[in-house]
Design a protein around this ligand. Structure first.
Ligand SMILES: Cc1cc2nc3c(=O)[nH]c(=O)nc-3n(C[C@H](O)[C@H](O)[C@H](O)COP(=O)(O)O)c2cc1C
Length: 189
């Protein structure tokens, strides 16, 4: 695969209600627009990476009750040396990030913890706000999210769906990553 075609950037996304997927597809769109082959693939427990096929990697992962998907930890541990050798991107998606002042990767608790536990230093990191989609949650999740929102001064109307993602921030992060890929694009040009 890698010999007959250009290596691509692999964007792995993990979430439950589609926001991480949408963010990954915007990033992929920016890369493709810049002429860089890229593909967005859902991250599951069965996901395997073929490093020979990719010139870079990104993870777009959403927080669920304080945690990210185990598969992200597994893949980063399994490919640590390779990931450190290519341009890499981390986008974390959470509701705490709906306040702009909470989007600093250096202070965002979930992102900090993830980076500390994986030992990964991504080339680019962005902390992005997700969406609240109460009508799609089961009663347990709806109750928990409403409580979290109540405690943090957010929307508690259980019928509302609000997209807090700053899409301009997502595009800026994608463009920054595109520049990083270009800067190390021996295989891509
Ligand atoms: C069940 C559930 C648990 C969540 N837990 C957290 C959390 O602990 N902290 C947080 O900031 N956001 C939390 N969120 C917000 C999600 O990260 C946000 O809704 C995001 O858009 C989900 O992305 P997805 O559609 O890709 O799953 C939670 C959302 C759901 C539905």
């Amino acid at each position: 695969m890698a010999e007959s075609s250009q290596k691509s950037i692999l964007l792995l996304h993990n979430g439950r209600f589609g926001q991480s997927r949408k963010i990954a597809s915007v990033v992929t769109g920016e890369l493709l627009e810049a002429g860089i082959p890229a593909e967005a693939v859902e991250l599951t427990n069965a996901t395997r990476i073929d490093p020979a096929a990719h010139a870079g990697i990104g993870f777009v992962i959403s927080v669920r009750y304080g945690h990210f998907a185990r598969a992200a930890y597994r893949l980063i541990a399994a490919h640590q040396a390779w990931i450190a050798s290519v341009p890499s991107l981390l986008i974390t998606v959470s509701l705490t990030a709906r306040k702009p002042e909470k989007r600093d990767p250096a202070t965002h608790p979930y992102t900090r913890k993830f980076l500390r536990k994986t030992g990964w230093t991504p080339t680019r990191v962005a902390v992005v706000a997700g969406a609240v989609q109460y009508p799609r949650y089961n009663i347990f999740d709806k109750t928990c999210i409403r409580l979290i929102m109540l405690l943090t001064g957010g929307e508690t109307d259980g019928t509302s769906e609000i997209d807090y993602t700053d899409w301009n921030q997502v595009r800026m992060a994608a463009q920054g990553y595109t520049r990083s890929v270009r800067a190390r694009s021996g295989n891509l040009s």
